[in-house]
Ligand binder design. Structure first.
Ligand SMILES: NC(=O)c1ccc[n+]([C@@H]2O[C@H](COP(=O)([O-])OP(=O)(O)OC[C@H]3O[C@@H](n4cnc5c(N)ncnc54)[C@H](O)[C@@H]3O)[C@@H](O)[C@H]2O)c1
Ligand SMILES: O=C(O)[C@H](O)COP(=O)(O)O
Length: 523
């Protein structure tokens, strides 16, 4: 999906993002506006003027914002977590969401290690005491990390980097991850086990999962009670993975000996009891706040957006996976074919009952990986009428589902690359030939020559008779030379005709008195 070419695409950067981001976008012909600390109302009022929005974690891109953004095509997250973006709403509205997940991994891992080290030696508390004019060497007795056990919950990008760094302090690293295979994590020194086995063994626990239903409150009253007395915990992932109230209770009872927190359920946290607790070290969500991480994330999101605008590639999308395989000149032709075939079928049924079911079949080895985007393209053609549903390849299948249209697709192999579409009693077969999307069959009738699916087209069905055609073509041409091409497909006594025209007919009523069925469309 390209941003319209006739005017420069416009991108709003609503947070502090590295200046390279702006320059890369501008060097590639994209207009950039930077506005930080916008209120919700300001964002709602402004967003309609932009094709793209770049955020970090503070901008709340709610469904309301997405709906207010008439022209928005992409939301770029210069960072990892997209919890501040309503991805479902974006998908339904045909908006791509992309992030730069690897850009701040090292920085987040280093902050995690810094918090583990600070917890072990009370660095932050000792510093505060010094600043208060004290010299308290007894109060801040620490313990070595050497020989201690670090439990890592979530062995993805950051969990792995934390593990290898803390091993150099002589820590034993154990962990749990439902996806990362145990032999993979074993290769970087993490022994995997169930959470039940992990809790009682740890001196320190650090969480590195996304926030989702299965990870919300992963550490709670019950699981904290299963840990060693005095266990220390770190959360540099997302607020809520450690239940904040349970953590406070555990800190007060001494079951938890200290916590290092970078993230909170509410940011900034209004409830300050945790932050103010003497055994808690806290940061204002600084995991990604290094020059290096910001440079990477700012640069990566800009380059990803430029690639997408130029139709080169789609990298880092967290929705719209269907688009990933559409960035080749050849696939654009197949997409045009799918949309045109959908439009042909829509033209015939708009006056009859709406579609409830369509079958899209891609034929041929070459289209094996194209079934999903071709199905989406067919749906775009089928449901986009003059008033436009705003359908595109990102939201087509979601919109189809919403309107009760079921789309089935299949890929039988040994045919020449082509797309077959079946619904509401009609069947069409199309292909791309010599770089042009063409219709080969309609309703079981094979066109004598492929019909080029471009421009203004009129389809009609009629009895094949030598008297009929001159009157029909006379009706179409009127007193101007409207007729530009002609194709027919016969099956028994009836024929399908497809006529290319220089402009659409104003009215089909007089033509319908001559032929059986008639519909016109522009593709
Ligand atoms: N504090 C910061 O500034 C900062 C910076 C970057 C990332 N983050 C956050 O850190 C977290 C991890 O980021 P990442 O880049 O390592 O992500 P990642 O996707 O690479 O890794 C997450 C891992 O969590 C695992 N996981 C999922 N559900 C789990 C469960 N129930 N139990 C255990 N493991 C589970 C996944 O399998 C995956 O391996 C994310 O929440 C991200 O938003 C925070
Ligand atoms: O998910 C992330 O990338 C981190 O939480 C960093 O967020 P930030 O870009 O707002 O610092």
């Amino acid at each position: 999906m390209k941003i319209q070419k006739h005017q420069a695409p416009r991108v709003l950067i609503s947070e502090s993002v590295d200046p390279r981001c702006r320059s890369i976008l501008q060097e590639n012909g994209i207009e950039v506006t930077e506005r930080q600390n916008m209120s919700k109302d300001e964002l709602l009022a402004e967003i309609k003027n932009y094709d793209g929005l770049i955020v970090r974690s503070a901008t709340k891109v709610t469904a309301e914002v997405v709906r207010a953004a008439g022209a928005l095509k992409i939301i770029g997250r210069a960072g990892t977590g997209v919890d501040n973006v309503d991805v479902d709403a974006a998908t339904k509205n045909g908006v791509i969401v992309m992030n730069t997940p690897g850009g701040n991994t090292i920085s987040a891992a280093e902050l995690t290690c810094a918090l583990v080290l600070s917890l072990s030696r009370n660095v932050a508390q000792a510093d505060m005491s010094m600043k208060a004019g004290k010299w308290d060497r007894k109060k801040f007795m620490g313990s070595e990390l050497f020989g201690k056990v670090l439990g890592i919950v979530g062995l993805g990008r950051i969990g792995k980097e934390v593990a290898t760094r803390m091993q150099s302090f002589g820590m034993r690293t154990i962990g749990y991850d439902p996806i990362t295979p145990p032999d993979v994590s074993a290769a970087w020194g993490v022994e995997q086990m169930s959470l039940e086995q992990l809790w009682p063994q740890c001196d320190y626990i650090t969480v590195h999962t996304p926030l989702m239903p299965s990870t919300t409150g992963l550490l709670n009253d019950e699981t904290l009670a299963k840990c060693k007395k005095g266990v220390k915990v770190v959360n540099c992932a997302r607020g809520g993975i450690i239940d904040e109230e349970a953590l406070l209770r555990a800190l007060e009872s001494g079951q938890c000996g200290g916590a290092g927190l970078d993230v909170y359920v509410e940011e900034p946290p209004m409830q300050r009891a945790l932050v103010n607790h003497p055994n808690v070290i806290s940061c204002p969500h600084l995991g990604a706040s290094t020059k290096e991480a910001q440079a990477r994330c700012g640069q990566e999101i800009a380059l990803q957006i430029v690639d997408m605008v130029k139709g080169k590639a789609l990298v880092g999308a967290v929705n719209a996976q269907v688009l990933a395989s559409t960035f080749s000149p050849e696939s654009h032709l197949w997409i045009r074919l799918g949309e045109a075939m959908g439009s042909v079928l829509r033209a015939y049924t708009s006056s009859k009952q709406p579609y409830s079911k369509v079958q899209v079949t891609t034929l041929g080895e070459r289209l094996k990986k194209s079934t999903e985007f071709l199905s989406s393209a067919v749906v775009v053609g089928l449901i986009t009428d003059g008033s436009s549903h705003g359908a595109n390849l990102v939201n087509a299948l979601a919109l189809a589902k919403e309107t009760g249209l079921s789309v089935n697709s299949s890929t039988p192999k040994p045919f020449r690359a082509s797309v077959s579409l079946c619904g509401c009693g009609y069947k069409a077969l199309g292909s791309v030939q010599a770089g042009v999307p063409v219709l080969l069959q309609l309703d079981g009738c094979v066109f004598r020559q492929p019909v080029s699916l471009a421009g203004h087209l009129l389809f009609f069905k009629a009895e094949s008779s030598p008297q009929l055609l001159p009157s029909v073509t006379g009706e179409i041409s009127g007193d101007c030379k409207r007729l530009t091409s002609f194709a027919s497909a016969a099956s028994g006594g009836e024929q399908w005709f497809c006529v290319g025209m220089s402009s659409l007919l104003g009215d089909l009523a007089s033509l319908r008195s001559l032929v059986k069925e008639a519909a016109q469309l522009t593709v």
